[in-house]
Ligand binder design. Structure first.
Ligand code: GTP
Ligand code: MG
Length: 239
């Protein structure tokens, strides 16, 4: 784990849970129910990766694969202004790509190798959400095996990019909450599985009161399990 770098999330508590921030050379899965804040964290880290290292960034660019059409330039600008960055510049350093279906999503990631090889200032890849198209197109028990196989291959390609180019990968995965979820095995939730079969860091995001959210580290190989509270504010992710 030498040379792993970290990107701040904007919340010291969340950074602490992550051992300093979102790590390079690995894939971080954010899973949780609708409105839990997965997309907000993806937006914030796409801004923060552009900060200089002394401010918690990597002076890098972001690639944002948007499968649900929830990328918001206005939100990026607000988050950038709030930390004293030029909103226009920040937006230019985020390449957002709308993936319309699984084949398209897979093709985009296959092409990333060339894009990143040409521009090694790319330090973050976001796939928000990594599972939605797969779930929609391969619904039903009879398609489960093919879905898992395709999704696995896709995820491993992302992990490989993280390792080769020393960049961070964040994927989101909507998983419906259920009452007994936090007592039972959180990796097997009603609304779908987390990506437990792929190496990486898994963080569960849960809604709390108002703009408060709870982040929980799930079976991380090198990080202690635990929970922290953070907030989604008008200026972005904060303590
Ligand atoms: P799904 O994609 O539906 O699974 O949800 P998600 O986990 O991606 O949720 P998302 O990140 O979109 O969080 C949505 C929540 O963020 C909203 O319900 C608001 O509470 C909060 N939020 C989004 N934009 C703003 C904003 O501009 N200001 C503030 N204060 N909160 C915001
Ligand atoms: Mg979302």
């Amino acid at each position: 784990r030498a040379n792993v770098k970290k990107i701040t999330t904007g919340s010291q508590a969340l950074d602490g849970l992550l051992g300093g921030g979102i790590e390079t050379r690995t894939m971080t899965e954010l899973f949780g129910e609708f409105g839990s804040g997965k997309t907000q964290i993806c937006h914030q880290v796409s801004v923060n990766v552009q900060l200089p290292p002394e401010k918690g960034g990597l002076s890098g660019k972001a690639l944002y694969i948007d499968t649900e059409g929830t990328f918001r330039t206005e939100r990026i600008k607000a988050m950038a202004s709030a930390i004293g960055l030029d909103p226009k510049e920040v937006l230019q350093n985020i390449m957002s790509i709308r993936a319309i279906n699984t084949d398209h999503q897979i093709a985009i990631v296959e092409e990333l190798q060339d894009i990143i090889a040409r521009d090694e200032s790319i330090k973050l890849i976001v796939v928000d959400s990594v599972t939605s198209h797969f779930r929609a197109e391969y619904s039903g028990r009879e398609n489960l095996a093919v879905r898992q196989q395709k999704l696995n291959r896709h995820l491993h390609q992302l992990v490989r990019l993280a390792e080769i180019y020393d960049l961070a990968v964040i994927v989101t995965n909507q998983v419906m909450a259920r009452p007994d979820m936090f007592y039972g095995d959180p990796t097997v939730a009603v609304g779908g599985h987390t990506l437990y079969h792929v190496p990486g860091i898994r963080v569960q995001i849960k809604k709390s009161r108002g703009n408060r959210r709870i982040a929980r580290m799930v079976d991380a190989p090198h990080l202690p399990e635990g929970e922290v509270v953070f907030s989604i504010t008008n200026t972005g992710i904060r303590d």
